[in-house]
Design a protein around this ligand. Sequence first.
Ligand code: ZN
Ligand code: ZN
Length: 93
Amino acid sequence: MPDLEMSCMQCKDVFLYTEKEQGIFYQRNMMPPQRCPKCRSKKAAASANAPARFDIVCDHCGKHDHVPFQPKVGRSVLCKDCHQANKSRVRFA
Ligand SMILES: [Zn+2]
Ligand SMILES: [Zn+2]
């Protein structure tokens, strides 16, 4: 099969669905790609980043926890419980 020109369903760019890829997709019994390689890698990166977890040690109680953001170096990090307690303490002060 020759290379096929496909149009990306996301950015409408035309991309090449190469003979080689067609073989791979066919072997794996997969649907032809609907997004260009750029959008595909963006999507993969997005889903890889979504469940990101950073290990932290709570500055207040020493408990190990995970946070969904990269803690800043030199800044104190709090576990979920202490963070909640800290927030409500500020609010009701
Ligand atoms: Zn695209
Ligand atoms: Zn804590």
